[in-house]
Ligand binder design. Structure first.
Ligand code: CTP
Length: 472
């Protein structure tokens, strides 16, 4: 089979690489994801991998030299690779190897090999396709492991015996699940069995690399597909046991609760229809993690998960730390959404007092819309009249919140009287009274004792300060 590259936007570049390799007496092939996506007619990646049966670093340098002598080539001697950027593309060159592909392998000096040696050390047949850029067969597809058939049959399969491929680089187990999820493919049975068997070996892979794959699953159209595959393989239990702890339904005195694990997967899929924000999807994934440790059966009341949102938000930090996820604003955002995830509902149950609405506005601040997106995704009842009712309730709360916000502007709350103004008013130095007075002003506004304006805040501070024995 020959791939017609005549309309390819990179044809000029491929020709140039072909010429340079010919001049050097080297062979050269395009490999990996670029070939896969080209054949699948998907958007091709901007990073293109080239393999030569010879020295990859030398080829990269001579191609770069031909394009422009000032091009900077980055060389990774340990891996025998070199790369440079050109026209918005990341071009990487490597010598064909006989040894394992494993990109993080600490073993240097890989033994040179043929293109087929190199292909068989790759992760999946669909990623082990190569296109020749050599003069004698420019555009020829080299597919020794039936990658084209597997693309047609939508199958993820390893070129070698699966446990060998996975033990070469255990991250490939996550990659198998990631490709299955994003491409809508099935993992072939023996590869699936091998993942189950080798799952424990994922422990030796750095969390950062695992999370890159996990987040690709989270950003896919239907993350539950990958999460289920991870669960079946035992990988989810290894990575996020807080989630698998939510599995199961218990029944006492004829009362049961829903399976919070399967519910969570549904919430993640629901939210993914409405947002591409990674961390909002994470908030959906973690919104119920506090439920396993807080679960209790209270006679005459039923199943309770008292305080699960608060505990859940605390657990987020432990989990992010363990998984080496970012601990800055992204984590705080997830914590906040987990913590507030039941508040809009409880507002409906407890009555929508203005004070409660103002507090929610204050606590959610700029993330209020995202909180509502989460709450709507959380409605997984199959009872359509209940579903309608819940949706209407949310719309009602949203409407009420809008009214309160128009009146009181709490959302981006700025204290109407600043610490400096209070100090000036009473001729005070910085001290704890200032904090106390500021907090009292905020509370009075949220409770509706005073309006959110300067004059009322000023009068209120005078009154409160007098009680503390302060005079203007
Ligand atoms: N590869 C591998 N084992 C890995 C990682 C990569 O065998 N653990 C090989 C595969 O042949 C893959 C190629 O290296 O196609 C390039 O890897 P990478 O750029 O990480 O992935 P892509 O397949 O290009 O896919 P994506 O861009 O979607 O990550």
């Amino acid at each position: 089979m020959v791939i017609n590259l005549s309309q390819n936007r990179n044809l000029k570049l491929f020709k140039l690489i072909s010429e340079v390799a010919q001049k050097n007496g080297q062979s050269v092939f395009i490999v990996g994801g670029y070939v896969r996506d080209l054949i699948m007619k998907r958007k091709v990646p901007t990073d293109i991998d080239f393999v030569t049966e010879g020295n990859g670093i030398e080829l990269a340098k001579s191609v770069a030299q031909e394009i422009s002598p000032s091009l900077k080539v980055s060389v990774f001697k340990t891996y025998g690779t070199a790369m440079f950027k050109h026209n918005g593309l990341d071009l990487e060159f490597v010598g064909a190897r006989k040894e394992s592909y494993a990109e993080d392998s600490r073993k240097p000096a890989v033994e040179g090999g043929t293109i087929e040696d190199d292909q068989k050390r790759r992760d999946f047949t669909i990623n082990a396709l190569a296109i020749s850029l050599n003069h004698e067969n420019f555009g020829a597809l080299i597919d020794p492991f039936g990658g084209i058939e597997d693309i047609k049959a939508k199958i993820i399969k390893t070129p070698l015996e699966p446990s060998q491929t996975f033990s070469d680089d255990p991250l490939r187990m996550m990659r198998a699940i990631r490709f299955a999820t994003t491409l809508g493919f099935e993992i072939e049975n023996s590869s699936r069995d091998a993942i189950k068997k080798e799952a424990e070996r994922m422990k030796i892979v750095s969390k950062e690399r695992v999370m890159v794959e996990f987040n690709k699953i989270m950003l896919s159209e239907k993350p539950s597909v990958g999460l289920k595959l991870m669960e079946q393989a035992g990988l989810l239990d290894l990575l996020i046991p807080e989630l698998t702890a939510l599995k199961g339904i218990e029944e006492i005195e004829g009362q049961s609760h829903k399976d919070n694990f399967w519910h969570t997967l549904e919430v993640v899929d629901n939210i993914s229809v409405n947002t591409d924000k990674l961390w909002l999807r994470w908030a959906a994934l973690l919104h119920d993690i506090g439920k396993a440790p807080t679960k209790k059966f209270v006679p005459a009341v039923g199943w309770t998960f008292h305080g699960h949102e608060f505990l859940g938000s605390k657990m987020v930090k432990t989990l992010f730390t363990r998984l080496k996820l970012p601990l800055g604003n992204d984590m705080k955002y997830v914590q906040k959404l987990v913590k507030l995830s039941s508040r809009p509902i409880s507002l409906i149950d407890d009555g929508t007092s203005d004070a409660a609405l103002r507090r929610l506005l204050f606590d959610a601040g700029p993330d209020l819309e995202d909180l509502f997106t989460l709450c709507k995704a959380d409605i997984t009842t199959k009872n359509s009249s209940k579903q309608e009712k819940f949706k209407k309730n949310f719309e009602y709360v949203a409407e009420k919140i809008k009214e309160v916000e128009e009146k009181d502007q709490i959302r981006n709350f700025q204290p109407p009287i600043t610490g400096e103004e209070i100090m000036e008013l009473f001729n005070l130095k910085p001290g704890r009274e200032i904090g106390i007075l500021k907090e009292k002003v905020k509370e009075a506004i949220l409770e509706g004792v005073i309006s959110n304006n300067k004059q009322e805040a000023h009068d209120f501070v005078l009154k409160e300060a007098a009680m503390l024995g302060l005079k203007p």
